[in-house]
Unconditional design. Structure first.
Length: 313
């Protein structure tokens, strides 16, 4: 766990660089902060200047640029370079908040923003120019990832409460819409530089959760971790993919035991649990994987299921 003197209840790593630097969020008695964990184990607290308790990093690239959002009346976006320089921004026309989700190795940022008509996607280039977008018919667009070719993935709904459809937006702005299985609630979570998409899908009620990968030609492979359940909140959820095609994520068994997994390009799956993790929710959740196959995520300690710590594997 990380912190600067106050008791830290929750530590959530969300990104890891090729070198092994980890970024994430943590909460303590003063609020929500970001952190960087160096390869030597040292921890740097991240707070956007002018804020002290409402900073939420969401990703990092291999240059060490961090992206995320912070609260100051409404939610604003930010980037932070390795030398500690912050740039803050809001999408033009955003009235309810700007929420950056990911940054690629070129420094291009993607995320979501909210206005009076709902939630939309945006791309912010390295010059600070914004492009906003939605798949046709969307009443709510969620962004989950971007690769170095500015290919963006996410999902959207055509009506409130309806099953989500996955989408890929290429660097020229063309959308490809897909579902992992017909009629299923499809949620892509990441894309690598080969254009391979990872994600998960369910029956739109958190039942029968399975994972999938979609290759650059549109072929979908469905997979499950060994022993994954199919009841409410059970099943397999892929959260990330690296440029070698390794996928990581987490799953819950029929006994509600939570574990993480990694899947290599051949389809072989290895499951694991962080040391001293509890067996019940939220157990061990893998959130990010780098090109060397190192995985970072969070786990519930034996002290309490409400005490969440980070791990690197």
């Amino acid at each position: 766990m990380v912190g600067t003197g106050s008791v830290t209840a929750t530590t959530i790593p969300l990104g890891i660089t090729l070198q092994g630097v980890v970024v994430g969020q943590y909460t303590d008695t003063t609020g929500n902060h970001g952190f960087l964990r160096g390869v030597d184990g040292s921890v740097t607290q991240l707070d956007v200047p002018g804020t002290t308790n409402q900073t939420f990093p969401t990703g990092i690239n291999n240059a060490g640029q961090v992206v995320g959002w912070y609260f100051a009346g409404i939610f604003y976006g930010f980037t932070r370079t390795m030398d500690g320089t912050y740039t803050t921004f809001t999408v033009p026309g955003s009235s309810a908040g700007t929420f950056p989700i990911a940054i690629n190795n070129n420094g291009v940022v993607v995320g979501e923003f909210e206005d009076s008509s709902g939630q939309h996607g945006f791309l912010r280039d390295t010059s600070g120019n914004f492009t906003t977008f939605d798949p046709a018919g969307s009443v709510g667009t969620t962004i989950t990832g971007i690769n170095d070719f500015n290919e963006v993935v996410g999902y959207y709904v055509l009506a409130v409460g309806a099953p989500a459809h996955g989408f890929l937006r290429n660097g020229a702005g063309k959308f490809t819409v897909f579902n992992a299985a017909p009629g299923k609630n499809t949620q892509p979570t990441a894309i690598n530089n080969s254009g391979v998409v990872a994600g998960h899908f369910d029956d739109n009620n958190r039942v029968n959760i399975h994972s999938f990968l979609r290759d650059a030609w549109g072929n979908v492979t469905i997979f499950d971790a060994p022993g994954a359940g199919e009841q409410f909140n059970e099943g397999t959820q892929a959260t990330c993919i690296n440029d070698n095609g390794q996928i990581a994520g987490y799953y819950y068994t029929t006994s509600n035991v939570g574990r993480s997994f990694s899947r290599d390009p051949s389809g072989s799956i290895v499951t694991f649990q962080a040391p001293a993790a509890t067996s019940g929710p939220p157990a061990t959740n893998a959130w990010a994987i780098n090109a060397k196959g190192r995985i970072t995520g969070s786990y519930a300690t034996l002290t309490s299921e409400d005490e969440i710590a980070g791990f690197i594997r």
